[in-house]
Design a binder for this molecule. Structure first.
Ligand code: ZN
Length: 183
């Protein structure tokens, strides 16, 4: 097994000094998109006019954030994660506001993580501090602090605010803090 270099984690949240979002030059951000302070939008991302990215979010490279996608504060989105905004798309049929409707919404609550190459099938809501594993395909709402993985994604455990696993299995534990965060 390769050594897990990211361990032990930092148990102190990253400071949010309120600086303008850092947007890498190859990213495309349409006018009207909302990107909060201290956010980072990586290379080759696309942020649509109606997307909302909260303060402190980190969008890694090659991710498109469409209309109808709302990320609260401090959401981590891994590289090449996929958001959607139409449940049943057809190239020949208009959807969304242009067709008199609305986008199917993806709402990600604060502190959640969307793993690399995970796919979120809208409409879907990801609870605060949830952890979506790399490559997962999320078709149902995810409770706060839940760790989900697989295709379709299922709950395999529970994560602390800091990202450490506090319990395995689908049953929500009483304690959702790791020992380090509990102090
Ligand atoms: Zn913790």
């Amino acid at each position: 097994m390769p050594k897990r270099e990211s361990s032990p984690p930092s148990f102190t949240p990253r400071p949010r000094p309120g600086e303008p979002a850092k947007i890498y030059p190859t990213a495309i951000v349409q006018p009207g998109a909302t990107i909060g302070p201290d956010a980072v939008v990586g290379a080759f991302c696309f942020v649509a006019s109606g997307a909302r990215i909260g303060p402190g979010c980190r969008i890694q490279c090659h991710t498109s954030v469409w209309n109808g996608v709302i990320l609260e504060a401090d959401v981590f989105v891994g590289p090449a994660a996929t958001f959607t905004n139409v449940r049943h798309p057809r190239a020949a049929f208009s959807r969304g506001p242009a067709a008199g409707g609305a986008w199917d919404e993806t709402y990600v609550e604060r502190g959640a993580t969307v793993g690399a190459s995970a796919t979120l099938v809208a409409p879907v809501r990801i609870g605060a501090h949830a952890m979506i594993a790399a490559g997962a395909v999320v078709t149902r709402d995810v409770p706060s602090h839940a760790i989900v993985a697989g295709v379709p994604a299922r709950i395999i455990g529970w994560a602390c605010v800091c990202g450490e696993t506090v319990a395995r299995g689908a049953r929500r534990p009483k304690r959702l803090q790791c020992e380090a965060c509990e102090g």
